[in-house]
Design a protein around this ligand. Structure first.
Ligand code: CUA
Length: 174
């Protein structure tokens, strides 16, 4: 009893040879895309904004919350951390100054609604959700002005919600 071509086809789960080839091509493409995403992420230093912790938005502006007294703190030579409170419709603080070459870790939360925090010319771009602290780091090798803006529509004053990070040459103001 010899099997026909049709029988063989059914034995191999009924997948047409052409279809099988295209499945292989699709799988290979997915692998290439996955590798490209990882390679680009590592190569360009992409960071996923980390949810650093949960906070209660009702008490976030009261001690002992670090957002009760937001601002810049030096934690090591050339290393800073900054706590920024987003609130309709301003960032506190609105102005920051650091020496060139510094590494800064940003901790941002919201006391009311959803905001965004995007620092121009850097990879820092986060969604700011009440109850969460969003955290990202950046190193500033170039002196200059880096504006930060709210990138989520948050009401009438959304367009006025911005601040400026000044990166200045060591030992002098610019
Ligand atoms: Cu805050 Cu838009």
């Amino acid at each position: 009893m010899t099997g026909t071509r049709e029988d063989e086809r059914h034995e191999s789960l009924g997948i047409d040879p052409y279809e099988k080839n295209w499945l292989r091509v699709s799988a290979a493409l997915l692998a290439v895309f996955a590798i490209a995403v990882v390679a680009a992420g590592v190569g360009f230093g992409f960071q996923v904004p980390g949810a650093d912790g949960r906070v209660d938005p009702r008490t976030v502006t009261q001690p002992p919350s670090p957002f009760a007294n937001p601002g810049l703190r030096q934690i090591a030579p050339g290393e800073y951390e900054v706590y920024i409170l987003a609130q309709m419709w301003a960032f506190t603080p609105r102005d920051l100054t650091i020496p060139v070459g510094s590494k800064v870790t940003f901790y941002v939360t919201s006391a009311d609604t959803q905001h965004g925090f995007k620092l121009q010319d850097t990879n820092v771009n986060m969604m700011i959700v009440p109850g969460h602290v969003s955290k990202l780091s950046a190193t500033f090798e170039r002196a200059g002005e880096y504006p930060y803006i709210c990138t989520e529509y948050c009401g009438a004053g959304h367009g006025q919600m911005f601040g400026t990070l000044q990166v200045v040459e060591q030992g002098g103001s610019q």
